[in-house]
Design a protein around this ligand. Structure first.
Ligand code: 3HC
Length: 310
């Protein structure tokens, strides 16, 4: 199944939306969110909101990426059907809550919350937020799923830093319980409260933190991953043995190198660079092996090769 990008309010679901017998959920007044970017994190976030009966407007830059996002959601919902967590009716209703758009300008009309999940580069996010600031409803909350870029700096791109917040989800979004709720210097406490409430509505556990490099999650996680890479780089152990030690000895569900592949080695490197440049502390310097692997294009699961082959 695929879903055409909406450019002017038209989509493949418009017929079913008009038929109350086929779809009475869509007929009722629904809460609306927009998700900018349909990659791994974006499509996971979209799925989560759709499962909780929000109308979700996903923005992707072209039809191919939009199809990919939609298919990823469909595959994950199929997994839930197979495990009898939802039935086929719920799967259908959830997919009907997903609407794909090419332009954020069209997508964000009427959205109360807009979550950005585009690649982890300040300049890309800056462009997205300038655009959103112009087109999003005045009272909408602008949230970013950034892993480490300063919330305060991103908020400053907009004219509404008080309504700007970090809503940091974890991969795989449908499974991981945590939402790290990051307030920037100017974030309104009422906005923090609303995002915490929303996270709870989605069955997640929100944990509030203040804006600081890498927040808490990645400030703690990335040095551990980096140190694991140094162990391999210096020949102390193989990737398999490093991971076995951390799984069996420390009870981690995945070893740090398997996790690094899962997150994406480019993402790990970006976050370490943010930590290194922000704190100017050598303890965050990325391991040369990580830099080489990213240069070689071995980024982990998404390229089929990292510390492991996929
Ligand atoms: N989407 C939806 N559900 C998924 C999924 C996915 N992509 N992958 C796994 N699941 C579900 C399975 O259906 C299963 O559900 P069930 O227990 O109810 O039957 C459950 O998760 C466990 O999956 P599996 O049995 O297939 O496999 P595992 O037991 O090996 O678990 C894992 C997979 C949940 C990914 C587990 O290995 C894990 O928790 N790993 C650590 C993940 C982690 O640390 N994530 C955070 C990364 S950091 C981050 O995202 C922040 C960023 O800023 C870098």
């Amino acid at each position: 199944m695929c879903c055409k990008i909406e450019n002017s309010g038209q989509n493949t679901y418009s017929e079913t939306r008009k038929d109350p017998k086929k779809n009475n959920i869509i007929m009722s007044e629904k809460k609306k969110v927009s998700v900018i970017g349909g990659g791994t994190m974006g499509n996971g976030i979209a799925q989560l909101f759709a499962l909780h009966e929000y109308q979700v407007h996903v923005v992707e830059t072209n039809q191919e990426l939009a199809d990919h996002a939609f298919e990823a959601i469909e595959i994950n919902l199929d997994r839930m059907v197979q495990k009898e967590k939802i039935d086929n009716k719920k799967k259908k209703e959830t997919l009907q809550c997903i609407h794909l758009f090419q332009a954020a300008e069209d997508a964000v009309k009427g959205s109360e919350l807009i979550i950005e999940a585009v690649p982890e580069e300040f300049e890309i996010k800056k462009q997205v937020f300038s655009d959103l600031d112009e087109h999003a409803p005045e009272d909408a909350i602008l949230a970013t799923n950034t892993s480490s870029i300063s919330i305060t700096k991103l908020a400053a791109v907009t004219s509404r830093p008080n309504r700007f917040i970090g809503m940091h989800f974890f991969n795989p979004v449908p499974v991981m319980k945590l939402v790290e709720v990051v307030s920037g210097l100017q974030t309104d406490p009422e906005v923090v409260h609303r995002i915490q409430q929303t996270a709870k509505e989605l069955g997640k556990v929100p944990v509030p933190v203040k804006d600081s490099p890498g927040f808490v999650s990645n400030r703690v996680l990335m040095p551990m991953i980096n140190e694991a890479i140094f162990c391999v780089y210096e020949g102390a152990a193989t990737p398999e043995n490093v991971d076995e030690i951390m799984k069996l000895g420390m009870g981690h569900p995945m070893g740090p190198l398997r996790l690094a592949d899962f997150i994406g080695l480019d993402v790990c490197l970006d976050i370490l660079n943010v930590l290194y440049e922000s704190f100017r502390d050598s303890k965050y310097r990325p391991c040369p092996l990580l830099v080489q692997m990213v240069d070689a294009g071995n980024l982990g699961d998404k390229t089929g090769s990292g510390f492991y082959k996929y």
